[in-house]
Design a protein around this ligand. Structure first.
Ligand SMILES: [Zn+2]
Length: 291
């Protein structure tokens, strides 16, 4: 369990989320004509465009989807994808994904298609992060205005960004307190918070917690689209673990995921639900083309 003093400090950490990696860039005017794809086959590009259209996921903060060969390690994990806030580019690493798939114990092609689709949704979700949007609003207020975050302002009103970020904090804290995680990545991020707290390194703990918040938003949207039954299961587990007072204010993961996507795209939860079903039907009928 996280003690109260640490908990207050973790909340403070998210007020200082601008400690997340950031760098100045010269300028990035929006490219007319929408998304650019590089390094994918014609079939793959067509599949991804259709996928994004059906999903209704917000792509306003994405300019380029790029496939890059080779593998890149970060810490002791292989990088399957990333979203760069400076240049608004999503990079996917098919070789790394193929390696992860080959270790999965499942049919490597089927696993490749599944993992790539998960990473795609995860990275697209990062591009419309409520927490980054909130950080952008705060920085603008403080007249610090890093270019790579200023673009997030139009995605959420300052009130919506604040409201959604408050839920993010609540969910991140509850996951740490109950040690209930959505997947192995969530667990690994939580363990970084705990190990920093155990060494008494509050600065590292705050930073790990800020990263946990941003990642949790992307994980929940990934699962909202690709495994909603799992989210419902974790919601039931949380319900058993939380106190009565905590349960009264608990926002289920399933609802939170719909809330983020719906707020970013101006859609109701029912409309998001319909998009999720259409996306799942599309993947089932037409998995990501292998070439
Ligand atoms: Zn992520």
């Amino acid at each position: 369990m996280i003690r109260l003093r640490e908990r207050a400090s973790l909340y403070a950490a998210c007020q200082e989320i601008d400690s997340l990696p950031q760098a100045e860039v010269s300028s990035y005017e929006s490219i007319e004509g929408g998304l650019t794809f590089e390094g994918f086959s014609v079939n793959q590009e067509r599949w991804m465009r259709k996928f994004l259209e059906i999903s209704g996921l917000v792509t306003e903060r994405i300019k380029v989807f790029r496939a890059v060969g080779g593998v890149e390690w970060r810490g002791n994990g292989l990088v399957g994808g990333q979203y760069d806030t400076e240049i608004q580019e999503i990079t996917l690493y098919p070789d790394a994904i193929a390696f992860i798939a080959s270790e999965s114990g499942q049919d490597p092609f089927v696993a490749f298609q599944r993992i790539l689709t998960n990473i795609l949704v995860h990275e697209v979700a990062h591009s419309s992060s409520p927490t980054l949007s909130r950080a952008a609003h705060v920085l603008v207020q403080e007249q610090k205005n890093p270019l790579h975050l200023s673009g997030f302002d139009t995605l959420y009103s300052s009130e919506d960004a604040e409201r959604l970020h408050t839920i993010t904090l609540q969910k991140a804290i509850q996951s740490l307190e109950t040690r209930t995680y959505l997947n192995g990545y969530h667990r690994a991020l939580a363990e970084r918070v705990f190990s920093a707290l155990n060494r008494g390194d509050q600065v590292a703990a705050n930073q790990a917690f800020a990263i946990l918040c941003v990642e949790l938003e992307a994980i929940v949207i990934e699962l909202r689209y690709l495994n909603p039954a799992h989210l419902a299961q974790v919601d039931r587990a949380m319900d058993r673990k939380l106190s009565r007072e905590e349960r009264a204010t608990y926002v289920p993961y399933l609802e939170w995921g719909s809330d983020i996507v719906g707020t970013a795209s101006g859609k109701s939860h029912q409309e998001v639900d319909a998009q999720v079903r259409a996306t799942q039907a599309y993947i089932k009928a037409t998995p990501f083309p292998l070439n």
